[in-house]
Design a protein around this ligand. Structure first.
Ligand code: HEM
Length: 444
């Protein structure tokens, strides 16, 4: 496992092995590394591949062969440089979220109208109407009111983990999974008894490429798209009932605010789905990813524990090094050119946040974890009209978790390799064994 604080090359801590193993059965376009195969990411961010793409093929053609039971697709353009990623994300007129939605895999054409109802999958000006409505629920003041609850929760989870975990704690199982899920259900206003449901639904959608999550098959034995109406019916029924309950029993939560807006039921259900997925797995990925990076960089960790670097810059640097979202998809609305490469109308264009965050053209020494890094123009929360609506809530949760970890533990050291999600979308960690220990590095 790469554990150095050494400045210099990009592939260090986040990619446990130098470069990711070649995934079986996935033909590279000649000379162009494959960054599509979801299995690659089980070994960490493939920094070597991304660097080769940035340097030699910044807009690279990718094959999309059938993988893990999922059918082949038409292929896409991988955009890997920071400036190009930002350009695509900002240019919603040229690169649509609506035409083919926002996942690499093309949705079943029959499901497309349904999926397009989600705010995430809309373009201006329609997107703006929904965004304005739901932004009212996400005021910083409302979010900040959750700080005390999140802190209490972090304390409780960490204390229980210490008591039962002994020398080695799996932080995902003992702390971060519950922390993210319970914070989100508080914010949404989901009753405690129903929280397990939310967990099941989001796993189904996000972990569908991972072998630990058995696929749901249709009558012909083909995997069913987790974003199809059939798979989501239960969640949508629940959202409708919850909204009705909130209208009758208003509380200080997001569902109460949304239920009181002009959102139609179908829009509200879709929004509940969006928040359930966007607000859960992202923080579930970010929290262990940040703790792992700290454990692997004892010198930086010590600076944080000693108060030599600020928590706010640390949170953003940890998000840069471990972006919870690996990629998002757009569709070109017209013929254009990106980094000198002609793109045809209708082409699938995929931006790789994990690569943009490590672009030498935008970050000095990008492979180095520098908790005081300023400025830090990482794109972990995206950019342009769809920039993350929950960024303030996410940062708040991460800051509190790291503060509480620092308050109760002498430090963190790796106690074994992490297990990572098989996904080209979410940079998830399934288990993270860490030892509470003084950082071994000498004081600078
Ligand atoms: C560290 C945690 C998080 C990360 C890295 C993250 C990342 C992102 C990214 C990259 C996008 C842009 C999608 C695109 O370009 O199409 C996005 C959108 C969004 N995020 Fe987050 N997110 C996080 C946490 C949250 C939380 C906690 C919530 C809510 C509770 C949330 C709600 C949303 C919503 C509603 C959108 C859609 C915005 C729109 O379409 O206008 N996110 N997020």
């Amino acid at each position: 496992m790469g554990t150095s604080d050494t400045p210099g090359t990009v592939p260090d801590a986040d990619s446990d092995a130098p470069g990711a193993p070649d995934a079986p059965g996935t033909p590279d376009v000649p000379g162009v590394p494959d960054v599509f195969d979801p299995r690659i990411y089980a070994a960490g961010i493939p920094h070597d591949r991304f660097r080769a793409l940035r340097d030699h093929h910044p807009v690279a053609r990718q094959e999309e062969p059938g993988v893990l039971g999922w059918p082949a697709g038409p292929g896409f353009w991988a955009v890997t440089r920071h400036a190009d990623v930002v350009r695509v994300l900002k240019d919603a007129q040229g690169f649509s979220s609506h035409l083919g939605a926002t996942q690499i895999r093309d949705p079943d054409p029959a499901d497309l109208p349904f999926i397009r109802r989600m705010m995430l999958n809309q373009d201006p000006p329609h997107h703006g109407r929904l965004r304005r409505l739901v932004s009212r629920a996400f005021t910083p003041r409302r979010i900040d009111r959750f700080a005390a609850t999140a802190r209490e929760r972090a304390r409780r989870l960490l204390a229980a983990a210490r008591e039962s975990g002994g020398d080695e704690i799996d932080f995902v199982k003992a702390v971060t999974d519950d922390y993210a899920l319970l914070n989100l259900t508080d914010l949404l206003g989901v009753p405690a008894a129903d929280r397990g449901l939310l967990h099941t639904w989001t796993e189904r959608v996000i972990a569908y490429q991972d072998p630990d999550e058995p696929p749901v098959l249709d009558a012909e034995g083909r995997p069913v798209n987790p974003r199809s109406p059939a798979m989501l019916a239960e969640m949508f029924d629940y959202a409708r009932e919850l909204a009705a309950h909130k209208r009758a029993h208003p509380a200080d939560d997001i569902m109460t605010v949304l239920a009181g807006t002009e959102l139609q039921d179908a829009e509200l259900e879709m929004f509940f789905f969006l928040l359930t997925v966007a607000g859960n797995d992202t923080v579930r990925g970010a929290a262990p990813g940040g703790l792992l990076a700290l454990a692997e960089h004892p010198r930086e960790q010590r600076k944080l524990w000693d108060g030599e670097v600020g928590m706010d810059t640390a949170v953003d640097e940890l998000l840069r090094r471990h972006p919870p979202v690996l990629s998002f998809r757009r569709t070109a609305t017209r013929a254009t050119e990106l980094a000198g490469v002609p793109i045809a109308a209708g082409d699938k264009v995929v931006v790789f946040h994990a690569s943009a965050n490590h672009d030498e053209r935008a970050f000095a020494d990008p492979g180095r974890l520098d908790l005081a890094r300023t400025p830090n123009p990482h794109v972990s929360f995206g950019d342009g009209p769809h920039v993350c609506l929950g960024a303030h809530f996410a940062r708040l949760q991460l800051r509190i978790l790291y503060e509480e970890t620092r308050a109760v533990l002498p430090g963190l050291a790796p106690a074994g390799p992490p297990r990572r999600l098989v996904s080209n979308f979410i940079n998830g960690i399934k288990s993270l064994p860490l030892r509470p220990a003084e950082p071994s590095a000498p004081r600078a």
